[in-house]
Write a protein that binds this ligand. Structure first.
Ligand code: ADP
Ligand code: ZN
Length: 429
């Protein structure tokens, strides 16, 4: 049941001792980098874990400014790999790893995969980008350590993905949620029943982008599988940071590898357990490039109570998006996830959507483009009109703004090779 019971079920008391010792070591190491040296990181004393709040935060901009080697705290000879973020929000940032860093990262990913039920006899098809993006290689190493037959299929090329799944009897896939919905669309349009076509298929790991509970359920129902939420970011290695256990009530974040804080994004004051805020993370194992109090911009909360699986590491609630994803329209704060949750719950709505923001005179205007379900008859115009009305009404109730709803044919909204582009903002700044 556990990949490493001692680590996964560690008592809180022991965990805090380990964290304190690792935090002190991290500060010592970090002082070797030009960036943290300039911050005077060696001058801080850590008496207990709450002293972390005295330390300066690190932002994505800091990582960019430190390009290329400003955050590396060891000789470059000790670096064996670099990865960079996918650049969803601007210039990519680079993260460097030494041999032990890769080993520790792999161990965390293996822990996650074992936790969700993957074993040596599984066939794991990794439909996520290899290369600079961390999702491909990160999961790949973990699955190999577990002993799975690991297929580095990468993203895209849907026909080939489906052929591999069938021919190699794939049992588990790693996939970006928006692409999982696209796979489902492709199969449905071709009239293929996935349960008959892929009888061995059991698990999907959905990661790399925010997605709603409704999306998870849609994927599970269509393929007849279980889907697990996986959270990671390149600054903290990549995948393997937080992952769902079989209880699937929140994602365990590995607190022996990352120190977790949830803060108010405006004041950086700590928030009580259960309150949603920005996640700050500090690496505890990283040797080549430790990062202290990284502002992830991702919004979540720590779930109260303990998990029935027996693991003691805190659980993060499903992410509602990043603070930079938030749209402000007519003074109302809206997250794309709110719109996704509504769309996906309405029968007749397909699996791909896009939000377009425009300016009409002095007013903000939102257009929600949604594909219709491939099984709907496009000529049945009257029912489409009803569908449009229902979407408009349900969205208005959720976001308090009346969007223009544009229904389009399945396949007409482009599918990204990597993370989906959900919002197109054409407003003047
Ligand atoms: P970039 O910042 O360029 O997108 P990464 O590839 O490192 O770079 O992406 C990490 C980000 O992806 C996270 O900070 C988070 O916003 C998002 N993300 C990853 N996994 C999930 C998940 N399971 N749920 C919600 N968001 C996720
Ligand atoms: Zn659990």
């Amino acid at each position: 049941m556990y990949w490493n019971k001692d680590h996964e079920c560690i008592t809180r008391e022991r965990l805090e001792e380990v964290q304190l010792q690792k935090l002190r070591q991290t500060l010592k190491r970090a002082a070797g980098s030009p960036f943290y040296k300039a911050k005077g990181i060696a001058d801080y004393t850590i008496k207990d874990l709450s002293d972390i709040r005295k330390l300066p935060v690190t932002t994505k901009q800091d990582l960019r400014d430190a390009y290329p080697y400003g955050m590396v705290c060891t000789p470059i000879d000790d670096v064996v790999r670099l990865h960079s973020s996918s650049g969803t929000t601007g210039t990519p940032t680079v993260v460097y790893h030494g041999t032990n860093d890769i080993d520790n990262w792999t161990e965390l990913v293996t822990r996650c995969l074992y936790m969700m039920g993957l074993r040596k006899n599984h066939v794991f098809q990794n439909m996520i980008g290899y290369g600079l993006f961390t999702g491909g290689l990160g999961l790949h190493y973990g699955a190999e350590r577990l002993g799975c037959l690991t297929i580095p299929s990468g993203p895209g090329n849907t026909k080939r993905q489906l052929k591999f799944m069938k021919d190699y009897h794939t049992t588990a896939i790693h996939i970006i949620p928006s692409y999982a919905l696209h796979l489902a669309d492709t199969l449905e349009s071709a009239g293929v029943d996935p349960k008959k076509e892929f009888p061995d298929f059991k698990f999907a790991i959905l990661g790399a982008e925010p997605h709603s509970e409704e999306t998870r359920q849609k994927v599970e129902k269509f393929f007849g599988i279980e889907a697990f939420n996986s959270y990671g970011l390149s600054e903290m290695n990549g995948p393997g940071v937080a992952f769902e256990c079989p209880e699937r009530k929140g994602m365990h974040i590995w607190e022996d590898a990352f120190l977790v804080e949830i803060v108010d994004p405006d004041t950086l004051e700590p928030l009580p357990q259960g309150t949603k805020g920005e996640l700050l993370l500090t690496t505890l194992n990283r040797e080549v490039m430790p990062i202290i109090r990284y502002r992830t911009r991702d919004l979540t909360s720590i779930m109260p109570g303990s998990c029935a699986c027996g693991r003691t590491h805190a659980r993060l609630e499903r992410f509602s998006g990043r603070s930079d994803d938030m749209m402000i329209l007519k003074g109302v704060n809206i997250f794309p996830m709110q719109i996704e949750a509504i769309l996906i719950g309405i029968p007749g709505v397909g699996r791909n959507y896009q939000i377009i923001l425009e300016q009409k005179g002095n007013n903000d205007h939102m257009i929600v483009r949604a594909e219709i379900d491939p099984s709907i008859n496009v000529d049945a115009y009257r029912s489409l009109e009803k569908l449009r009305e229902r979407i408009t009404r349900e969205l208005r109730d959720e976001i308090l703004i009346t969007p223009e709803v544009d229904l389009c044919e399945p396949g007409s909204i482009p599918v990204a090779q990597g993370k989906a582009v959900r919002v197109i903002d054409r407003r003047e700044l």
